[in-house]
Design a protein around this ligand. Structure first.
Ligand code: IPM
Ligand code: MG
Length: 367
């Protein structure tokens, strides 16, 4: 029996509701496969601001560092929305990424055949869409210095800094090439090399790293063209690699291809051990959704699918991860839907807890 330590940070809004359902499914995984998951819980985000005055306590970071993985719910809500407040819920996620060194954010976008009608795009455009966007997560505009606001005779001023080192660019591209190797062997490197110096450096390094991966086809694309092509021909992408801010924007766009954000998991990874595993933070990309919090409407599938990514990428439990993904598919195939992925003939709309139960009941060990 293997033992793993998992830190739970439910956070705000629907975060705690969806974490509870992921726990249900992981409970079944423990039983079915004979593992022991030791869960520890920490308060983060707005909830931590209320309780401790800060969104991410050093104790929480220390607990995360001692864990094999972090399951992260969501942070934020109208109560803490004042942009001038000293402590902001978002500090929790940004702090976790930076302090745990989680530089690679993987956001898979697959259009489930049963859900193709839920997208705003035409089915024939979506057909075959299956990509992973890899977003650099600890550099660029989010963290570059100087980063500040001030006032002078000309009025109010502000600055953020877009800065990347050779090392930062190289390591994220390698994550992309390694992943592309296990997929359709196509990598799209997204930059703004026609305007930005960091973009030129990015492209130069992408070409250098590409030499180590002759089996992978590399294509360079300007980020504005990517924004367009994601809607025109999403199935043309396999692995996309891009810097932090561009990745933030295009992953929201890409998520909408799948119809609902309620289905989209993500993994944030740092340095890997030799066997490919290592600490990671796993979160649904939908956020805290304060408008539906407490109403039992949240779709727990993104959180459950994020926990499958955790099983695979941090715990090295591939068959367990596949079992969870199959159980999610089985619940959908059986016609169950949460409100966000809507009703329709022959479909039954269920609440958050019911969906979690349906998935956990379908978890089976066999392949
Ligand atoms: C995301 C979110 C975060 C980001 C926010 C909550 C700080 O939009 O994970 O994409 O901008 O990275
Ligand atoms: Mg975002």
């Amino acid at each position: 029996m293997s033992t793993f330590r998992i830190l739970l940070t439910p956070g705000d809004g629907i975060g705690p509701e969806v974490i509870e359902e992921a726990m249900k499914v992981l409970g079944r995984v423990q039983q079915a496969f004979g593992h022991e998951f030791q869960f520890q819980e920490e308060t983060i985000g707005g909830a931590a601001i209320d309780e401790y005055g800060i969104a991410l306590r050093p104790e929480t970071v220390a607990a995360a560092k001692k864990s094999d993985a972090v399951l992260f719910g969501a942070v934020g809500g109208p109560k803490w929305d004042d942009p001038k407040a000293a402590a902001r819920p978002e500090d929790a996620i940004l702090g976790m990424r930076k302090q745990l060194g989680l530089f690679a954010n993987l956001r898979p976008v697959r259009v489930h055949p049963l859900m193709i009608a839920d997208s705003t795009l035409k089915p024939e455009v979506l057909e075959g869409t299956d990509m992973v966007v890899i977003r650099e997560l600890t550099g660029g505009l989010y963290f570059g210095k100087p980063k500040k606001r001030w006032e002078n005779a000309q009025g109010r001023q502000g600055v953020d800094t877009l800065r990347y080192s050779e090392k930062e660019i190289e390591r994220i591209l390698r994550v992309g090439f390694e992943l592309a190797r296990t997929r359709r062997k196509k990598l799209t490197s997204v930059d703004k090399a026609n305007v930005l110096r960091t973009g030129q450096l990015w492209r130069e390094i992408a070409d250098e790293v590409a030499k180590d991966y002759p089996d992978v086809t590399i294509e360079h694309q300007l980020v504005d063209a990517t924004a367009m092509n994601l809607l025109r021909n999403p199935a043309g992408y396999d692995v996309i690699v891009t810097e932090n801010m561009f990745g933030d924007i295009i992953t929201d766009e890409a998520a909408m291809l799948a119809g609902s954000m309620g289905m989209m998991p993500s993994a944030s990874l740092g340095r890997r051990r030799k066997d490919g595993t290592g600490i990671g933070l796993y979160e649904p990309i939908h956020g805290s959704a304060p408008d539906i919090a407490g109403q039992k409407k949240a779709n727990p599938l993104a959180m459950i699918l994020s926990s499958a990514m955790m099983l695979r990428l941090s715990l090295g439990l591939e068959p367990e991860a596949e079992a969870v993904e199959r159980a999610v598919d089985a619940a959908l195939n059986d016609g169950y839907r949460t409100p966000d992925i809507g009703g329709g003939e022959g479909l039954e709309v269920v609440d958050t807890a019911k969906m979690g139960t349906l998935v956990s009941e379908r978890l089976e060990k066999g392949g």
